[in-house]
Design a protein around this ligand. Structure first.
Ligand code: HEC
Ligand code: HEC
Length: 257
């Protein structure tokens, strides 16, 4: 027998073997794209929604308010986004401080439907704000940008849900007591507010030069939001930041006559 497998037979067997393996690999390749194309296109669809300023009638995208990268790692990120990073959102066990849990997380994009309804102005209920397939696309995108090590529960630092009146009052008093730096405030305004309160350009919020506001009202709005205006938790805008913003806003707001 051994004699038979010498000479040109072995190379021939190897050639045959690789032919068989080759054709197997081809079959496997033919199978694989079908599956990954499906999930890859879901991820792309989710990413498109995430960056779409025309997803709802108001010209703001998820990406204006949320990072899809680890914010503490990318220090160059200039914009101050009111919402937290969406990394790991697809596997959280609760969103919006407990408003979304269980099946609602899958159905409403881990709580994104609330943002779409309220901040982007799309639909009249969570159900028409975000369809099931849009929710799945967003969840696929959250998964794609995550490392898998993110905590399943995120700590909620907002001052307004539920209204933490003591902490809010403390923060307000501190912001109003400080003497703000208008130059730093102008920089903060560019990074946190200008994309919605641009002066001149079509914007998502009113032109703040046209009215006179009382400092306490502005400071409260920054932390609690109102209607389509999002709230900034104090880890995004501290009392010192708000004091600087107020000092800047005083330089652009309409003066009393
Ligand atoms: C105008 C700003 C704004 C827009 C636009 C916006 N969000 Fe939000 N979103 C917030 C704020 C503020 C919160 C509450 C703070 C937080 O949990 O990040 C929030 C909360 C969330 C949460 C729940 C986080 C949690 O675990 O409680 C998810 C998920 C989310 N947003 C995803 C989205 C997606 C996806 C879009 C786009 C379809 C979007 N958001 C659009 C501001 C916004
Ligand atoms: C995602 C868009 C968005 C961002 C970011 C945003 N705002 Fe607003 N803001 C709005 C909208 C929309 C309104 C109108 C709210 C309403 O209808 O009650 C508003 C209202 C206001 C008002 C009251 C205007 C009035 O005429 O009553 C003030 C003051 C204000 N914002 C300040 C700020 C400051 C300061 C920042 C940055 C820290 C900021 N906003 C960031 C969208 C935004």
């Amino acid at each position: 027998m051994q004699g038979v497998l010498t000479g040109p037979v072995i190379p021939a067997l190897i050639a045959f073997g690789s032919l068989v393996l080759g054709s197997c690999a081809k079959d496997a390749d033919r199978e694989r794209p079908a599956v990954s194309t499906l999930s890859a296109s879901l991820v792309v669809q989710g990413k498109n929604i995430f960056y779409d300023r025309r997803f709802g009638p108001r010209p703001v995208a998820c990406a204006d308010c949320h990072a899809d990268y680890a914010e503490n790692r990318i220090r160059a990120a200039r914009n101050i986004k009111p919402g937290g990073a969406v990394l790991g959102a697809h596997r959280r066990i609760s969103a919006w401080g407990g408003e979304f849990t269980g099946k609602a997380l899958r159905r409403y994009g881990a709580g994104a439907a609330r943002c779409v309804l309220r901040y982007q102005g799309r639909g009249r209920s969570y159900d028409d704000a975000l369809s099931q397939s849009e929710s799945s696309a967003l969840l696929a995108y959250f998964r794609a940008v995550s490392t898998g090590d993110e905590p399943r529960r995120v700590s909620w630092t907002a001052l307004n849900r539920p209204v933490d009146s003591l902490r809010l009052a403390d923060a307000l008093n501190e912001a109003l007591r400080r003497r703000g730096d208008p130059e730093r405030g102008g920089d903060l305004f560019d990074r946190a507010c200008r994309r919605c309160h641009a002066t001149g350009n079509p914007a998502a919020g009113p032109d703040l030069r046209l009215r006179l506001f009382d400092a306490r009202t502005v400071a409260r709005l920054a932390w609690t939001g109102r209607g389509a205006m999002p709230f900034f938790p104090p880890d995004k805008l501290s009392p010192g930041d708000v004091a600087d913003l107020l000092a800047f806003l005083q330089t652009i707001m309409k003066r009393p006559r």
